[in-house]
Design a protein. Structure first.
Length: 256
């Protein structure tokens, strides 16, 4: 897994090399790293990124300075953080995941942006096409469209054939929120599922969401679209049906 992460980081580094090469001898080039997560989340990705740069001769503190900006799960902070990186005149911005890439693109049309872990970059207008992205955004995407969003409902129906009422917990601050919810509605109709759509921008919204699930007697919960994720113990405490039996599954792209 780490070897593949190093490969991803090396791609970032190669994309940045032409700009970094323009620096004068002795200069330290600034690179922006923008993420919707926290400082202690997925440290292996940042280490792989640094290793990829080192492999190409770019050493933090010697000839580059990496400006890290973390939204700490508060996606509404991303525009300000992206604008801050633009003011610092960084040579390139690495942005992950989708909300960070969108915020970076809105902040600048000139500074190169390398995206990672982005869903539907064409639909979001980040790139013109996957083959010829154009503009100032390039990088890696784990999804080429919204069809992959509805796969979670299909897998849920396969695992629990008798399920009828499903709650979707999503984050409206995610740029793909509206399109993804529409896709989920279409998939739900084809599967004969009744959807309850709830939103959560942070953990403080959990109590209200669980209370709404209990009122509607929801039979399953699908957390998607970069919503904050309740812990397993919290889910057991708030089991809307009071059942002793149940299950917890996770589906995600292998980004490393």
């Amino acid at each position: 897994m780490i070897r593949r992460a190093l490969g991803v980081a090396t791609l970032f580094a190669f994309l940045a090399v032409p700009l970094l090469a323009e620096a004068q001898p002795g200069d330290k080039v600034r690179i922006g790293y923008l993420t919707g997560g926290s400082d202690n989340a997925n440290p292996q990705f940042r280490e792989a990124f640094r290793q990829g740069l080192r492999d190409l001769g770019w050493i933090g503190g010697q000839n580059i300075i990496v400006e890290y900006r973390f939204a700490e799960g508060r996606l509404d902070r991303l525009p300000d953080l992206a604008a801050e990186l633009v003011r610092l005149k960084v040579a390139v911005i690495v942005a992950t995941p989708t909300p960070a890439a969108v915020a970076a693109r809105k902040a600048t049309a000139t500074i190169p942006i390398v995206m990672r872990g982005v869903g539907d970059p064409v639909g979001l207008g980040l790139v013109a096409s996957l083959g010829r992205p154009g503009g100032n955004v390039t990088g890696l995407s784990y999804s080429v469209g919204m069809d992959t969003i509805g796969k979670g409902l299909e897998l849920l129906k396969q695992a629990v054939p008798k399920v009828r009422r499903v709650t979707i917990l999503s984050n409206p601050a995610n740029p793909v929120h509206v399109h993804a919810v529409e896709n989920l509605k279409g998939v739900a109709r084809s599967l004969g599922l009744q959807l309850q759509l709830l939103e959560a921008r942070g953990p403080e919204a959990f109590d209200g969401a669980f209370a709404a699930m209990a009122r509607e007697r929801s039979e399953a919960l699908l957390v998607d679209l970069r919503a904050p994720v309740p812990t397993g113990s919290r889910l057991r405490e708030q089991n809307p049906q009071g059942r002793q039996a149940g299950g917890l599954t996770c589906r995600a792209a292998d980004k490393v």
